[in-house]
Design a protein around this ligand. Structure first.
Ligand code: GDP
Ligand code: MG
Length: 351
């Protein structure tokens, strides 16, 4: 199964595109669209509350194996730039730049814009992404231009992504939870993605950061009961042994996580993080789908203690949160300053 984030500035046609690609399902600050009509299965995640909420885009990207970045022929906006920085910091290898609303411009102008986009993304993770021009306007003379080509590009990337997922099926299981609710007669149902490994019905597995063993009663993928689910699968799980209030977005089902309120992260700041990060700053930390404000208690650059770390610099940040966070040593930690114009500031891994 390939999970695809649809991101971009508001009014770039993200939701119109999502509804052409799949069937609408779970809806919160992200909306899931399911496409199980082909041999290959796809789940699209519309980061619908972005740019207002960066939690929305972080959730979509952390659930995704690839991304579609939507841009209109009107050009890049500061939020398009912010999306590119987020993709670059997270190292999103696979994706397509989608020039939407092609019916609102002219082929020559769109070509020129595509050339410009190619130049502007040199040196970023988007450098090798293909560009696809589309529209979703049924009344346009060129109605639905590019949609089939876009689906083919997504399919080609799934041909790379799915074998990558297979290599992780034998790893210890890890599922990230994005939604949860109490269903009368069933109990707690969580929705999420198998990040690695394989889960089976009747498995006993840990819930983190709660640190509690729970039972997997049943597993569904695409609304069908299954006995097991492998890496990349989007699942609904009925769980035994917990209460709804014990859950939160981003919690993990796994047998081995680190739980902490203090973190030492080897960080690199974005070249565009003009304000830098200073001692005692409160920054927003994203780890998978968990997010929490943290306070900067120590900054070390090149082995020396510093008051501040600047744009483009690397160093170790010591941070403290008031809530427990669960993570593994290979997880990426992303940092954002919510007041800044360009909000994503740094990325790193635990020391
Ligand atoms: P989002 O904010 O990125 O989710 O954008 P929407 O999908 O909600 O689209 C924003 C507006 O643009 C809506 O009024 C859509 O009807 C319109 N729109 C979306 N796609 C197209 C398109 O391909 N062509 C034209 N002409 N309008 C579009
Ligand atoms: Mg929308």
């Amino acid at each position: 199964m390939t999970n695809i984030a649809i991101i971009g500035d508001e009014k770039t046609g993200r939701t119109s595109l999502a509804s052409k690609l799949g069937k609408k399902g779970t809806d919160s600050d992200i909306t899931l669209y399911d496409d199980d009509r082909h041999e290959r299965k796809y789940v699209y995640v519309d980061a619908k509350s972005y740019p207002k909420s960066i939690k929305s885009i972080m959730a979509a990207l952390n659930l995704a194996d690839m991304a579609l970045l939507c841009v209109t022929p009107n050009g890049m906006t500061p939020h398009t730039g912010e999306c590119i920085i987020a993709l670059d910091l997270l190292g999103m290898k696979h994706g397509v730049i989608v020039i939407t609303k092609s019916d609102t411009s002219y082929p020559m102008e769109i070509d020129a814009f595509a050339q410009k986009l190619k130049k502007m993304t040199v040196g970023t993770v988007l450098e090798n992404w293909e560009i696809q021009v589309i529209n979703t306007n049924k009344d346009a003379p060129n109605a639905f231009e590019g949609l089939e080509e876009l689906k083919n590009k997504i399919h080609d990337l799934a041909d790379i992504i799915e074998p990558e997922q297979k290599t992780k099926d034998a790893l210890p299981p890890r599922v990230v939870i994005d939604h949860f609710f109490n269903v009368t007669g069933i109990g707690i149902v969580v929705l999420g993605k198998v990040l690695q490994g394989t889960i089976h019905t009747h498995d006993k597995i840990g819930l983190w950061p709660v640190d509690k063993k729970i039972d997997i009663r049943s597993i569904q993928t695409h609304d069908i009961d299954v006995k097991s689910a492998t890496t990349g699968a989007r699942v609904g799980l009925a769980l035994k042994g917990l209460l709804e209030r014990e859950l939160d977005r981003g919690y993990l089902l796994s047998n081995d996580e680190i739980v902490a309120t203090e973190f030492e992260i080897n960080c690199t700041l974005s070249k565009f993080a003009k304000a830098g990060i200073e001692l005692e700053d409160v920054v927003h930390m994203f780890v998978g789908l968990q997010s929490e404000p943290v306070r900067v208690k120590k900054i070390t650059v090149g082995g020396a203690d510093k008051e501040k770390i600047g744009a483009g610099e690397s160093g170790v940040l010591k941070l403290i949160s008031s809530k427990k966070i669960a993570y593994s040593k290979d997880d990426q930690f992303l940092f954002a300053g919510l007041e800044d114009n360009q909000r994503f500031t740094a990325v790193g891994k635990p020391v």
